[in-house]
Write a new protein. Structure first.
Length: 285
């Protein structure tokens, strides 16, 4: 009897674990390499900068990996971002500057390349702008609301204890005082000077004529080219071709999004649509 149990054991295992084995087989079919290309090491890297610039940890890691990877001969930074916070924008700008020292970098203005995202792009070897892109907005802003009127109607008052004349600069419970506005202007102007000086240095423009290319002007791709903010006008194909030319690779092979990551994104999108269909009040952000 024990002999027959041992003999039938593989069949029993398959029956009990059929679904798991089917799932593993499906994964193998989906993600198995389809040719030699899947085993090849890419020699060109595309990095995407999309959306508001706040936390840039992932993009910085990708830049550093491309910089340290000897197989990567050139990088395309595809940008579609309205800008964002100053510090992370500067981090990106100087990461691109370091990357350029060891391999060519081309920026492709896919949609919007403005403010902080333009700052992030200035040290690339070249900037290629989509004909329909919006470029520029080289400026700095700090804003806040004055809720004193609403607070007065609600009968709400704030109270605080602070040391230092300027400690409550930017408060929202009252209108800003003139000396506070001057203090904020000092910071804003200093940041603007840094921004425009870096743009002028990186792009070979005259700092004394910054009102022409900065001053928060918003340009079309052609207008941006006319004032020196971008080098050429083209689409993604043209930008990639420039990376290939600058990197001098004879057989260009770009990185591709991981198949499993792509599948997970599709599943997440499908789940979100399903939830929204049956539970309209639920919003996934």
């Amino acid at each position: 009897m024990n002999f027959f149990k041992k003999l039938l054991l593989p069949i029993t295992f398959i029956q009990n674990n059929f679904k798991a084995m089917l799932f593993l087989l499906l994964l193998f079919v989906l993600f198995a390499p389809k040719g030699e290309e899947d085993f090849s090491q890419n020699n060109l890297q595309q990095i995407n900068l999309v959306g508001p610039i706040m936390d840039v940890t992932l993009v910085l890691e990708q830049i550093e990996e491309a910089q340290n990877n000897s197989h990567i001969k050139g990088v395309l930074l595809s940008v579609d971002s309205p800008g964002g916070a100053v510090s992370p924008s500067v981090e990106l700008a100087y990461a691109i500057k370091r990357l350029r020292e060891v391999k060519p970098v081309v920026v492709y203005a896919k949609g919007t390349i403005a403010s902080g995202s333009y700052y992030a792009s200035i040290w690339a070897n070249e900037i290629v702008a989509n004909p329909g892109s919006m470029v520029g907005s080289i400026g700095v802003v700090m804003q806040g609301a004055d809720f004193s009127g609403i607070m007065e109607k609600l009968g709400v008052k704030t109270q605080s204890i602070q040391a230092g004349k300027y400690k409550k600069v930017g408060t929202s419970d009252r209108a800003w005082k003139s000396y506070e506005v001057n203090e904020l202007n000092k910071v804003i102007q200093g940041t603007y000077d840094m921004f425009t000086k870096d743009v002028a240095d990186a792009r070979g423009l005259e700092y004394s004529k910054r009102d022409l290319f900065a001053n928060a002007h918003i340009f079309t791709a052609q207008q941006a080219k006319d004032v020196g903010l971008v080098d050429t006008i083209g689409v993604a194909f043209d930008a990639k071709r420039r990376v290939v030319a600058l990197s001098k690779v004879t057989e260009p092979l770009w990185n591709k999004e991981d198949k499993f990551d792509r599948l997970m994104k599709k599943l997440s999108a499908t789940t979100a649509v399903t939830l929204h269909t049956y539970f309209p009040s639920i919003v996934l952000k």
